[in-house]
Unconditional design. Structure first.
Length: 326
């Protein structure tokens, strides 16, 4: 004996077939056969589509069998997509993990390939772009690293490691001001991050040093070898420049500050060649004569001394660390 649920289903089927005969879905030549089939189905399940009592009991209006089936198909499709998405995400995570292992092995081309495959499976994960940026930087492709860091930030603007990757890439490209900005934005999101703090300090020092170097090589302030032109500072007895003018010259003071901060001054003064030349010039009484002191302008114009001074100031700090892998 058919249950009430089955009778309701059969009633909906009979309604669907009746409507299909009436709206032309079924060819008129086939209508008679469908009507015979409807009668047989109704008798088999004890359902009469013309009975008002059964109509009240089994009808699903305003829904009908077709609309109910459409809902089922949409639900099934949505479930399938969700399942596929979850499978893709799991596969992408596996690719990322393999990529991380390749980075640890210093096999950066293979790591980049694996991160790229992870992105193909799930392009809405900022970690994959940031990790690929790190791998690009490790093999020297810093421009590509910047682009991947930008994409990671686009996907997740609050992902601080993306700013760390960007800062490192800019640092390696000698774009120190851009590196400083990237590290600062990262610290806004993660104020206690020790790596970002250390990297920011290093990048800031390089940016400041570059600024001082540019100021000392301006035509208005520079003489031979990029050193300040002391001839414009005024001379005293024996060819010595005016001390007050020396102390008030920002280019010279910036250069001296840079040398002291970097330890270049200590290296310069400990150089035996520098000491020897200074003793010779002092012993000669100076080119201008009269005071017995060294002629500072001659010292600044001495190419060997200037080369050693520039070499002492040109030491660079290593790039900031960028080893914090996801």
């Amino acid at each position: 004996m058919a249950t009430e649920n089955k009778k309701a289903l059969v009633y909906s089927i009979l309604e669907f077939l009746q409507k299909s005969c009436e709206d032309g879905t079924i060819n008129k030549d086939d209508t008679e056969g469908i009507e015979v089939a409807m009668q047989c189905i109704g008798e088999a399940f004890g359902v009469d589509a013309e009975d008002e009592a059964q109509k009240k009991l089994y009808s699903t209006k305003p829904a009908n069998l077709l609309s109910i089936f459409d809902v089922y198909l949409k639900t099934k499709s949505s479930t399938a997509k969700t399942t596929n998405n979850e499978e893709n995400k799991a596969a992408a995570e596996a690719k990322k993990a393999m990529g991380n292992r390749k980075v640890a092995e210093r096999n950066y081309p293979e790591a980049i390939k694996l991160y790229t495959e992870a992105i193909a499976l799930d392009n809405n994960n900022a970690v994959y772009y940031a990790n690929r940026a790190a791998a690009y930087s490790q093999q020297g492709d810093h421009e590509k690293a910047v682009k991947d860091a930008e994409k990671a930030i686009e996907v997740d603007p609050k992902y601080s490691k993306a700013y760390s990757r960007m800062g490192h890439a800019y640092f390696c490209l000698n774009k120190y001001n851009d590196a400083v900005e990237a590290y600062e934005r990262g610290l806004e999101l993660d104020p206690e991050n020790a790596t970002l703090k250390s990297s920011l300090a290093t990048a800031s020092a390089k940016a400041n040093a570059s600024s001082v170097e540019r100021s000392t090589t301006e035509p208005s302030a520079a003489g031979a070898g990029g050193m300040p032109d002391l001839s414009a500072l005024g001379g005293g007895a024996g060819g010595m420049p005016d001390l007050g003018a020396l102390l008030n010259n920002p280019a010279l003071m910036g250069m001296a500050q840079q040398m002291m901060q970097s330890g270049a001054l200590d290296n310069l003064m400990s150089n035996p060649n520098i000491a020897r030349m200074a003793q010779q010039m002092m012993g000669s009484g100076g080119a201008a004569g009269g005071s017995g002191g060294p002629n500072i302008q001659d010292m600044m114009n001495n190419p060997e001394m200037m080369k050693m001074a520039r070499d002492a100031m040109s030491g660079s700090n290593p790039p900031p660390p960028d080893n914090d892998k996801q």
